[in-house]
Ligand binder design. Sequence first.
Ligand code: CTP
Ligand code: MG
Length: 268
Amino acid sequence: MSRAVSMSTDPAAEAGPATGTDTGADAEAGPDATGSDTTGRGRVAVIVPAAGKGERLGPGAPKALRELGGFPLLVHAVRTLVTARSVDLVVVAAPPSAEGVAEVQRLLADLPGDTRVVAGGDTRQESVALALATLPEDCDVVLVHDAARALTPVDVVEAVVAAVRDGAGAVIPVLPVADTIKAVDADLVTATVDRSTLRAVQTPQGFTRDILTKAHAAADPTLPATDDAGLVEALGLPVRTVPGHAEAFKITTPFDLVLAEAVLRRRR
Ligand code: CTP
Ligand code: MG
């Protein structure tokens, strides 16, 4: 059961943390200051799954609402998205309790841009599907971006949108894998995997709306995927990669939060 709540916010409002990254404002020849696309193509929506509990971070509030440098992780993530010239709409899947939804509504009201809230689900896949079902008709490009990747630079967002606009049906930001990776059976190594063919996958992942909708419609809710591109691969459709960024790492453990504090300090 999704509840879409329109948040009409003051576009001139200045609140939330600085993203500390290049807005890309000069890099793209946008037709107007709002960044909306006037070339006859549809709008770009970003779904932000933020309904997780953050169990690996330890006891406390849902992870997206935990603070980093004085602002919740979700605020950092959405702040960057509304800064992106190519992004028209942000839909957050909030922790599904009444308090979770109300808290996210309150946080987004302080941010500029078109932001909306739906109640998330029991799995990430379900949270994304609930938000996807509420998107306005005129959105034809959909990104999915983890609230937990709070410090993702705006340039990664723009690169993903550009690749979808360039004709890719599904796009993921990736990084080479630094560690040697081995397959194991209990405590015994069974193989060393060829690292040169491996990539670590980040978000935002970008899709044509059609492909993302088909991928979620075909997905098995009892075997939820950890990312959306995996659902597209299951359909046998191609997924294109673009370069990711070290600062787009997912904040999962207490150590990641220490790392994120350091990244933020360097930006400020
Ligand atoms: N997420 C979601 N709905 C869920 C589970 C996860 O929207 N039912 C979101 C999280 O809020 C997060 C993203 O999916 O932004 C990636 O998930 P993860 O890093 O695993 O976050 P959590 O599930 O919150 O963390 P944990 O697995 O440690 O509990
Ligand atoms: Mg999780």
